[in-house]
Design a binder for this molecule. Structure first.
Ligand SMILES: NC(=O)c1ccc[n+]([C@@H]2O[C@H](COP(=O)([O-])OP(=O)(O)OC[C@H]3O[C@@H](n4cnc5c(N)ncnc54)[C@H](OP(=O)(O)O)[C@@H]3O)[C@@H](O)[C@H]2O)c1
Length: 279
C-alpha cells in the first residue's frame, strides 16, 4: 500500500482503528477521520508508535452535521491531491429515538446520509485517483429492514432501534450497488461488507445494551478479526476490478431482493440528494 492514501472514517475505535493500524503497517499514508480530536490523537499516536509509520494524519468530521462534512471534504481536497481508498466505517447504534439538529433520525443521518454526502463530495477526487476503491462497512442486520423509505424519519411508525439501524445499513449496501453501476468504466470500485459481530464500543451508549454486553460480547470477534474483510477489500489484488458486491469473511455473498431493487435504489438516491441539497 506504499504511496496510497487511505481515508478511514470512525478511525479512533473498534474496526476503524484496527483497519487504520493494519493499513499503516502496510505502509499506506493513512488519514484517520474522527469526530473527537482528543480520542483521534490518542489513537493516532498509538498507531504511529506501534507501526513506526509516521505518515498518518488526523482530520475531524462529525457525521451528524452537514456543515462539518462539507468542511472536512473541502479541507481534504485542499490538503491532498488524491484519494486511493475510502473506507466509510463510522457508525452508531441507538435503542432510543434521537434526532439531529435538522430533525433527522440519528442513525439514518449519521450511518447513512452523512456517508452519502461524503461520497458525493469526494467522488471526483476518487475518480481522478483511479484505480481507486471505496469500501462501505455495513452489517448483515440489514436483512431485518423492509421497504420503509417513505417513513425514513420514523414519523408515522413506532421507533425501534434495531430496525432503524438495519435500515441505515441496508441503504449503505444499496448506494454501493447503485454507484457501482454509475462508476462502470472509471476504474473506481465500490463494495460493502459485513465485518461480523465484533467487540467494539458500538451500542455501549445504551444502558440496557451495556448491561447485557458482557454476556453476549464473549461471542464477538476482536476488532483485528473484524477488520480483516475491510482490509482485504481495501488492499487485496484478488478484488481488483470487482465492484457492487457484498463481502462477508472475504467472500462475495448475494444480498436480498430489497437491496437489489433498482427502482428502490433510484428512489433512495433521489431522496438523499434532496436531503443533502445536492443538485
Ligand atoms: N461491532 C460489530 O459487531 C459490528 C457489526 C456489524 C457492523 N458494524 C459496523 O462497523 C462499523 C464500525 O463500528 P465499530 O463496531 O467499530 O464501533 P465503534 O468502536 O463504536 O466505532 C465507531 C466509530 O464511529 C465513530 N462515530 C460515531 N458517530 C460519529 C459521528 N457522528 N461522526 C464521526 N464519527 C462517528 C466513533 O467515534 P467516537 O469514538 O467518538 O464515538 C468511532 O470512531 C460501524 O459502521 C458499525 O455499524 C459493527
Amino acid at each position: 500500500m506504499q504511496g496510497k492514501i487511505c481515508v478511514i472514517t470512525g478511525a479512533n475505535s473498534g474496526i476503524g482503528k484496527a483497519t487504520s493500524h493494519k493499513l499503516a503497517e502496510m505502509n499506506a499514508h493513512v488519514v484517520m477521520v474522527c469526530r473527537n480530536k482528543e480520542k483521534g490523537k490518542k489513537a493516532l499516536e498509538e498507531i504511529k508508535k506501534v507501526t513506526g509509520n509516521n505518515s498518518i494524519d488526523l482530520m475531524i468530521c462529525d457525521f451528524v452535521s452537514r456543515k462539518s462534512i462539507n468542511k472536512f471534504a473541502e479541507n481534504y481536497k485542499s490538503m491532498y491531491k488524491r484519494l486511493d481508498v475510502l473506507i466509510i466505517n463510522h457508525g452508531i447504534f441507538n435503542l432510543n429515538l434521537q434526532r439531529t439538529e435538522d430533525g433527522i433520525e440519528s442513525m439514518f443521518a449519521v450511518n447513512y446520509l452523512g456517508s452519502f454526502l461524503l461520497l458525493n463530495l469526494l467522488l471526483e477526487v476518487i475518480k481522478d485517483s483511479s484505480p481507486s476503491r471505496i469500501v462501505i462497512i455495513s452489517s448483515d442486520i440489514y436483512k431485518q429492514a423492509r421497504k420503509n423509505l417513505q417513513d425514513y424519519n420514523f414519523e408515522k411508525r413506532k421507533f425501534r432501534g434495531f430496525i432503524a439501524y438495519a435500515e441505515s445499513k441496508l441503504y449503505g449496501i444499496m448506494i454501493s450497488n447503485f454507484l457501482s453501476e454509475r462508476l462502470k468504466g472509471t476504474d473506481v470500485t465500490i463494495n460493502s461488507t459485513h465485518p461480523g459481530f465484533t467487540k467494539t464500543n458500538i451500542g455501549l451508549n445504551n444502558k440496557m445494551y451495556k448491561i447485557f454486553y458482557p454476556l453476549f460480547g464473549i461471542f464477538a470477534k476482536t476488532p483485528e478479526k473484524g477488520s480483516e474483510t475491510p482490509i482485504y477489500l481495501a488492499s487485496s489484488p484478488e478484488v481488483e476490478g470487482i465492484s457492487g458486491r457484498h463481502f462477508v469473511n472475504k467472500k462475495q455473498t448475494e444480498t436480498n431482493g430489497i437491496s437489489q431493487n433498482k427502482e428502490f435504489q433510484q428512489e433512495l438516491w433521489e431522496l438523499s440528494k434532496r436531503l443533502c441539497n445536492l443538485e
